[in-house]
Design a protein around this ligand. Structure first.
Ligand code: PGA
Length: 249
């Protein structure tokens, strides 16, 4: 049976008690789930949530990490720190960091390589703006981001990389890419990874869809042959909606 990878991106939401409660609810709800699960938790609640998900089938993820090791980097959080508190995964290149904070592909690439070198798994987010899509440039943008952000990542390291295709115009807007549009670009991304690495690497890489995925549309998206999971924002903030997506299959 096909195994999906469903991840929740909590973004900058919840207080500590709510974060712990949500994590407890998910551990109970997903304990018999057959898919792979991850939650991307705000830095300050990672430690508390780590105690809850320890020993469960839910991986703990951060939403960013520094490109450098421990040292004089005010405000940064290192791979060493994330691993120290039991974090296995990091979400990188999210469009909110690209477009609100101004992260460049060069910086994202440094973070990807640092995280992989230090043994963390990476969920690398890519995706085009509405203006890119309207100009017919969606594929070019995704190809550029994949090439730039994965530069220097080895074929072996790709086993620890998941790609999340998130069209920026679909994030938090309630607008979802049609299953056919999403499938087309997922296939394009997989073919691009085959060009960068090999067909074998491309066949194995998990490509999640992200952007207003919810229980009502999860099935038709996950039915597509090149959509291997989801990166969920809004619908990951409640046990019921995230559980439903996780248990679509
Ligand atoms: P959304 O967010 O599900 O709220 O659209 C997805 C994401 O940004 O990862």
């Amino acid at each position: 049976m096909r195994q999906y990878y469903i991840a929740g991106n909590w973004k900058m939401n919840k207080n500590k008690a709510e974060a712990v409660e949500l994590a407890k609810g998910l551990v109970a709800a997903l304990k018999d789930g057959k898919n792979k699960y991850m939650i991307g938790v705000p830095y300050v609640y990672l430690d508390a949530v780590a105690q809850v998900v320890k020993g469960s089938n839910i991986q703990l993820g951060a939403q960013d990490v520094a490109a450098t090791s421990n040292g004089a980097h005010t405000g940064e959080i290192s791979t060493e720190m994330l691993k120290d508190i039991g974090c296995q995964t990091v979400i990188l290149g999210h469009s909110e960091r690209r477009h609100e904070i101004g992260e460049s592909d060069e910086l994202i690439n440094k973070k990807v390589r640092k995280a992989l070198a230090d043994g963390l798994d990476v969920v690398l987010c890519i995706g085009e703006l509405l203006s890119d899509r309207e100009a017919g440039n969606a594929e070019d943008v995704c190809a550029f981001q994949l090439s730039a952000d994965l530069s220097g990542v080895t074929a072996e390291q790709m086993a620890k990389v998941t790609i999340a295709y998130e069209p920026v115009w679909a994030i938090g807007t309630g607008k979802t890419a049609t299953p056919a549009d999403a499938q087309a670009i997922h296939k394009f991304c997989r073919d691009h990874i085959a060009k960068l690495y090999s067909k074998d690497v491309a066949d194995k890489v998990i490509i999640q869809y992200g952007g207003s995925m919810k229980p009502e549309n999860a099935q038709e998206l996950l039915n597509q042959p090149d959509i291997d999971g989801g990166l969920i924002g809004g619908a990951a903030l409640k046990v019921e909606s995230f559980e439903k997506i996780c248990k679509t299959y």
